[in-house]
Design a protein around this ligand. Structure first.
Ligand code: GDP
Ligand code: MG
Length: 318
């Protein structure tokens, strides 16, 4: 996936820092049998391809986070593999496990079905959703090709009675019908929370993880026993330099939990931080095989290590 920019953030021109203002942020899983259009919907919501779409079922094999960031809102989408009836093949068993484990963790679950089609497999997915106990938004997709047209309203009515859905929204992921208002609807079910991912990050990227690890390693070497508990490195920005093509620009934040720890990490006259930055830059250059410009910031976020959401933000799932 590499280092991609979130179109939502680019459109609004607003970049929020974690912890600023009244932001709603949380996890929304996309659930439904294969081929109902979950990946297509995710891509439509994010305005770019982050997930594999194909006319064949079972294209999606792992969970993919797509992140939608707006000034007041961040939705972390989890595009789940379909829930499969027969658990014969190992891949199907794996896919089922991944899907089920995520449902109860979501702030809200998006149940995607296909207009005018209701199968055993849909019913089973709905049962799992009910068991997860989180609010369920029913998204009736592919309304663009619902024929005959007059069967659509009765279908929606019938579907609405199958569970206590928080919302029922007919959509077309390919035509874009009712897609624009979905983020606001989803946001009603998200808690107030700092951003879970950097505002410019559209999807999980392992390059960022590697960069963060390298910076953290240099801090550990230098601080040893003084290394503050709960120190974390977060890559806030990573991309090609506009002035010097080929040069990698990396902005990293070192999160600590107390102001006193911040002083330790910075060191006298900023010496410690400078040394860490120098060592990290050399290693990053080796790792990425190109020149690197590294900016380091030290910021305080109180007691974040007790916060499950913050842990997930940093990729540390419990
Ligand atoms: P997933 O398995 O649920 O992730 O489904 P995909 O997103 O891979 O979509 C399966 C197929 O349905 C693809 O061929 C899509 O182009 C198609 N599809 C998805 N959404 C719509 C829609 O709103 N209308 C129509 N007509 N086709 C759609
Ligand atoms: Mg898919």
């Amino acid at each position: 996936m590499g280092d991609s920019k979130a179109p939502a953030a680019a459109e609004t021109g607003t970049v929020l820092q974690a912890g600023e203002g009244n932001v709603r942020a949380g996890f929304a899983a996309l659930v439904g049998r294969p081929n109902v259009g979950k990946s297509t919907l995710l891509n439509a919501l994010l305005g770019q391809k982050v997930s594999i779409v194909s006319p064949k079922p079972q294209t999606t094999r792992t969970r993919i986070h797509g992140v939608l960031t707006r000034p007041d809102l961040q939705i972390v989408f989890v595009d789940l593999p379909g829930i499969h009836a027969r658990q014969t093949r190992a891949m199907n068993r794996y896919m089922n496990r991944t899907a089920l484990a995520s449902l109860a963790d979501s702030d809200v679950n998006l149940f995607v079905v296909e207009a005018l089609r209701w199968t055993e497999e849909d019913a089973r997915a709905l049962d799992e959703l009910k068991a997860a106990g989180r609010p369920i938004l029913l998204l009736i997709n592919k309304v663009d090709r619902a024929q005959p047209r007059e069967r659509l309203l009765p279908f929606i009515k019938d579907m609405s009675s199958r569970a206590e859905f928080a919302e029922v929204v007919p959509i077309s992921a390919t035509k874009g019908s009712n897609i624009a208002q979905l983020p606001e609807i989803i946001a009603r079910y998200l808690p107030e929370s700092p951003l879970l991912y950097p505002a410019d990050q559209a999807t999980d990227a392992s390059e960022r993880f590697m960069a963060a690890e390298i910076v953290r390693e240099k801090l550990m070497v230098r601080l040893q026993d003084e290394l503050p508990y709960g120190l974390m490195v977060e890559i806030e920005g990573m991309g090609e330099s506009e002035d010097e093509p080929g040069k990698l620009m990396i902005q990293a934040v070192i999160w600590v939990e107390r102001t006193g720890q911040k002083a330790i990490v910075i060191g006298k006259g900023g010496d410690l931080l400078k040394e860490v930055g120098r060592n990290a830059r050399l290693d990053l250059k080796r790792h990425f095989g190109r020149p690197v410009h590294l900016e380091l910031w030290v910021k305080v976020k109180e007691d974040w290590s007790n916060d499950e959401r913050a842990l997930r933000n940093f990729g540390l799932e419990s």
